[in-house]
Design a protein around this ligand. Structure first.
Ligand SMILES: NC(=O)c1ccc[n+]([C@@H]2O[C@H](COP(=O)([O-])OP(=O)(O)OC[C@H]3O[C@@H](n4cnc5c(N)ncnc54)[C@H](OP(=O)(O)O)[C@@H]3O)[C@@H](O)[C@H]2O)c1
Length: 230
């Protein structure tokens, strides 16, 4: 693809970090966000390419931080060709036996976050004929008992299609990428299952969506490890 500017939320580890590295390897300009300064600094130090990489502390659940991240990306690189709503996490408990105090940040990050990013980014993507990618989940296609994280990803599934309907008349592509189980720090409490994939196939799927020729909109990509039972 021609050289592009891509903003990825929550890209200091896991799928977002692998996607950022893949895009840098292909010669693109990349802006990344995260909440933890130490994690952001170590990602920036390790990724290299400081001329084409911008790191910002920004909570994806916060409107002002999200708007500022988009504005700073455009000011720094001159335009925005793609935005990837990747920031997200799972509390790991269930509605029946969990800690409700931990649910609001997860719901706000996973559900409100992509909507805030879309609101901030769409005018810039309209200017470039750009693309929006949402990282959903197989948990947004399948249910499991009392799983609020899964419900947040069902919301992402719905949001991707309603954003597609809104954006396509404005010349913007929208892709929902649904990872299955991927071995990242996402699983730090529960432990990743043995069949979990490394993050690279998901990063490759995002690059594939961004790499489509003008006029082609790949809408949904689901990447499971072989052996995943759901
Ligand atoms: N791993 C899997 O099996 C799997 C499967 C399906 C879907 N997914 C989805 O894939 C996405 C990436 O997850 P991952 O597996 O790569 O996990 P990860 O390695 O834990 O990465 C999550 C990234 O998001 C950042 N983040 C979390 N909350 C944030 C917020 N409110 N604002 C800004 N940044 C935030 C984290 O950094 P800070 O904590 O420093 O902010 C980190 O950089 C998530 O949406 C997740 O739901 C993962």
């Amino acid at each position: 693809m021609a050289t592009k500017t891509v903003l990825i939320t929550g890209a200091t580890s896991g799928i977002g970090a692998h996607t950022a590295r893949s895009l840098l390897d292909r010669g693109h300009r990349v802006a990344v966000t995260g909440r933890d300064e130490t994690r952001l600094k170590s990602f920036l130090d390790e990724a290299g390419h400081p001329d084409r990489l911008l790191g910002m502390i920004a909570d994806a659940a916060d409107w002002e931080a999200t708007e500022s991240a988009v504005t700073r990306t455009v000011e720094h690189f001159g335009a925005l060709d793609a935005a990837v709503a990747n920031a997200g996490f799972m509390t790991g408990d269930s509605i029946g036996a969990g800690d409700p105090a931990s649910w609001a940040p997860m719901v706000l990050t996973n559900v409100l976050g992509p909507a805030l990013l879309a609101h901030a980014a769409l005018p810039h993507l309209e200017a470039t004929g750009g693309r929006l990618v949402l990282i959903g989940s197989v948990a947004g296609l399948k249910n499991s008992p009392g799983n609020l994280y899964s419900a947040t990803k069902w919301a992402t599934t719905g949001l991707a299609e309603n954003l597609r309907l809104h954006a396509t008349s404005r010349g913007i592509g929208v892709t929902l990428v649904n990872p299955g189980m991927i071995d990242t720090p996402f699983w730090q409490d529960a432990g990743a299952p043995p069949f979990a994939l490394p993050p690279q196939p998901v990063a490759d799927a995002v690059c594939y969506a961004l790499d489509q020729p003008a006029g082609v909109d790949v809408n949904t990509l689901t990447i499971r490890p072989i052996g995943q039972p759901v």
